[in-house]
Design a binder for this molecule. Structure first.
Ligand code: SF4
Length: 698
């Protein structure tokens, strides 16, 4: 028997997206690299299936470009030079203290990430508010699902991405999938839709592109980007006009129908066709399919959410669910397909500008008192709400003069990225913890090399609200430390000898106490239970509680238990096309890259599959411009210019172009995107901006 087969495998989860696929990891020798991914068919979410990103995830662990020693910028040469951990941590503590002493606590910012484990998100929020005393903390999850979270809260009183497990999807009657390309973002999840169709259920996909996911649909609606809100209102109009409202459900389980109904009735189908480009007969067919199905779900993703009206857009789809009685019942409801690996848990434990652990509101006196009690400080010592992610990045170098950043790469992933890059460069002090020298880390004064997913223990919460555990499977290289060790060390240097343990299970124990009694109650969840039960769904208020797979079946989480219709009306995108910028740009993802690409661009196999950005455009638009397949195209918006090869396809609307956003440099899509913010969620408008196209040589 070979050495490989004698080493036991360790069950764990993929480090990337919110599906958190289960996998087994097999080191070549106990705790050693390279490691091999082995199928884990017993984990119910993905039943052994993985996409290329998950299968190749160990490559980043042994990448020759991963950071294995701290770097400190040399004042003489201006270059990042190797340093000891003591030197690096002292430099960070000194940089943050100097700024705080000179400009006040709120001049120090903290920026987290939706890939950080629950323990790290919790510790980072506590570190910001207790050790630094700053209100200026937010994270890149604000750019991910914040509009859906806000709409969920508004309608149901509680936000959990999916209020039902994925296993319910194949059993429902009809799914409307809005702005989600599962075939590229979460390929193993596509089987839920395949099984839905095999069971006789219907699939409607709403997407301006005929994606590989849209090709599976019984009905594909291709609205102009930024008009999903009008589309949902038009459908609700037809639901009313055709007598398809579930009056009994509306009367028994909801509030606010009269106002929402009035809003929908002012959006006539013909008017909606003019706004969206979706023909009225297609609209009617979608309404018929959804209404006549006994059960149904609407699932949204970044398409409708990453808009300056994202919260209202999701609200319009929720209104459709409520009016047709497809919420708060078995096999029915609205859900958000969260994107980042710990996008769900990342927003529950206190790294958000407006929230405390347990999904508590920072401006709620009872919440402040509870969390302050767990932390052993007076409630009045906790700062109030801070700026949202884009507002925080935009304030860098002005009000916010020093930044500690963990698990994010805004130079590539933030909207209006060239401006944000300049703001980062204008800081007095920047410290970045990361596994590679990302484009953002390259700007830092101090870079702290941290452990990766397989080298540390911690929990994540997937898009279903299922809390999962990744056990340390491999020994990290000498020279790296975990983010928790970084916070432990910094806290000690800043006078907090206690309160910031480096042991993840100890942090999780405190997180459980901090979340107790809150909306996202983890008090009954332990590492042992997660391992024995293939994850535990929150809320789980005590150890005898089974966890909550399905929410809202008896009552919604509002004070009176009734869901809220929210009246919404269509409004234009923040930036409409005109004579100078006549085409709509929408941005998104490809299957072989993940988010800013900081990790996946370092994997040879993924780079071979997706080596760089491209501009997807319709043949008619290409002909008008005189652009051939593969030819360099310049895309110009009011914020800048990006250049990438043309990819010509009839699968996109002729008035729209698409660019994936995973790359830096001249093909950086986020150079172009519009930071106009949703007034409720503060989500930027990544999905819609006005551009013109030019042949790059001209
Ligand atoms: Fe990882 Fe998501 Fe791919 Fe699953 S679908 S292997 S969680 S990136």
């Amino acid at each position: 028997m070979s050495e490989v087969t004698t080493v036991p495998t360790v069950p764990t989860h993929c480090p990337y997206c919110a599906l958190q696929c289960g996998m087994n990891l097999r080191p070549t020798a106990a705790g050693a690299l390279p490691a091999e991914v082995v199928d884990r068919p017993d984990f119910p979410v993905n039943r052994g299936a993985l996409c290329g990103k998950g299968r190749t995830a160990p490559a980043v662990l042994s990448s020759r470009v991963r950071l294995t020693e701290p770097l400190v910028r040399c004042p003489d040469t201006g270059a990042l030079e190797p340093a000891t951990w003591e030197e690096a941590l002292s430099a960070v503590a000194e940089g943050l203290s100097r700024t705080r002493a000179g400009h006040g606590a709120d001049a120090v910012g903290v920026f987290g990430g939706g890939g950080l484990t629950n323990e790290k998100a919790y510790a980072l929020g506590k570190f910001a508010r207790l050790v630094l005393g700053t209100s200026q903390i937010d994270y890149n999850g604000r750019f991910c699902m914040s509009s859906a979270a806000a709409a969920h809260q508004r309608a149901f009183g509680l936000d959990r991405g999916l209020p039902f497990p994925l296993e319910d999807i194949p059993k429902t009657g009809c799914v409307i999938l809005v702005g989600s390309n599962l075939a590229e973002t979460m390929p193993p999840a596509l089987r839920y839709l395949t099984e839905l169709k095999a069971n006789g259920g219907k699939l409607i996909v709403v997407d301006p592109r005929r994606t590989r996911t849209a090709e599976q649909a019984d009905l594909h609606l291709a609205p102009r980007p930024g008009t999903d809100l009008a589309l949902a209102l038009g459908m609700l109009h037809l639901v009313v006009a055709e007598g398809r409202v579930d009056e009994e459900f509306v009367a028994a389980r909801t509030e606010g129908w009269a106002e929402a109904r009035a809003g929908a009735m002012s959006h006539w189908p013909e008017q909606v066709e003019r706004i969206t480009g979706v023909p009225v007969p297609e609209l009617r067919e979608a309404v018929r399919m959804f209404s006549e199905a006994g059960t149904g779900m609407v699932l949204t993703a970044r398409g409708p959410e990453q808009q300056s009206k994202g919260t209202d857009t999701v609200g319009a789809w929720i209104n459709l669910c409520l009016a047709t009685g497809k919420a708060g019942r078995p096999l029915s409801g609205y859900g958000c397909l969260t994107g980042q690996g710990n996008g769900q848990g990342g927003r529950e434990h206190g790294q958000k500008a407006d929230q405390l652990p347990g999904y508590r509101k920072l401006d709620d006196p009872a919440a402040r008192e509870h969390v302050a009690g767990v932390w052993g400080v007076p409630p009045e010592s906790l700062p109030g709400p801070g700026r949202s992610a884009y507002e925080l990045l935009d304030a860098l170098g002005r009000d916010v003069k020093a930044l500690l950043l963990m698990g994010s790469n805004p130079v590539v992933s933030a909207p209006r990225a060239a401006h944000i890059e300049e703001r980062l460069k204008s800081l007095d002090f920047l410290a970045v913890a990361d596994v590679v020298l990302s484009e953002t880390a390259a700007l830092a004064d101090v870079v702290l090399p941290v452990t990766q997913w397989a080298e540390e223990t911690g929990t994540t919460t997937n898009l279903e609200g299922r809390v999962l555990l990744r056990r340390r499977a491999l020994t990290p290289p000498p020279g790296v430390r975990s983010d928790l060790e970084v916070l432990h060390g910094l806290a000690a240097l800043l006078g907090w000898e206690k309160g910031f343990p480096a042991d993840p299970e100890e942090v999780f124990g405190e997180l459980r106490r901090a979340s107790a009694g809150g909306p996202a109650d983890y008090s009954g969840i332990s590492y042992r239970r997660i391992e024995e039960e293939q994850g535990v769904f929150w809320p789980c208020p005590d150890e005898g509680h089974a966890g909550t797979q399905r929410l809202f079946l008896d009552r919604f989480a509002t004070p009176d238990g009734r869901a809220r219709f929210v009246p919404v009306v269509h409004r234009a995108a923040a930036e409409e096309t005109d004579a100078d910028y006549p085409v709509v740009l929408t941005t998104g993802r490809v299957v072989a890259q993940y988010q800013s690409g900081a990790q996946t661009r370092r994997v040879d196999e993924l780079n071979a599959a997706a080596p760089g950005p491209f501009v997807e455009l319709h043949p008619r638009l290409a002909e008008r411009l005189g652009v051939a397949e593969g030819e360099a195209v310049a895309v110009v918006s009011r914020r800048g210019r990006a250049v990438a090869p043309a990819r010509i396809t009839a699968a996109i609307r002729p008035d729209t172009v698409f660019m994936p956003f995973h790359w830096p440099g001249e093909g950086r899509a986020n150079t172009l995107t519009n930071p106009a913010l949703d007034p409720v969620s503060k989500m930027p408008e990544f999905k819609v901006c006005a551009v013109r196209l030019e042949r790059a040589a001209s």
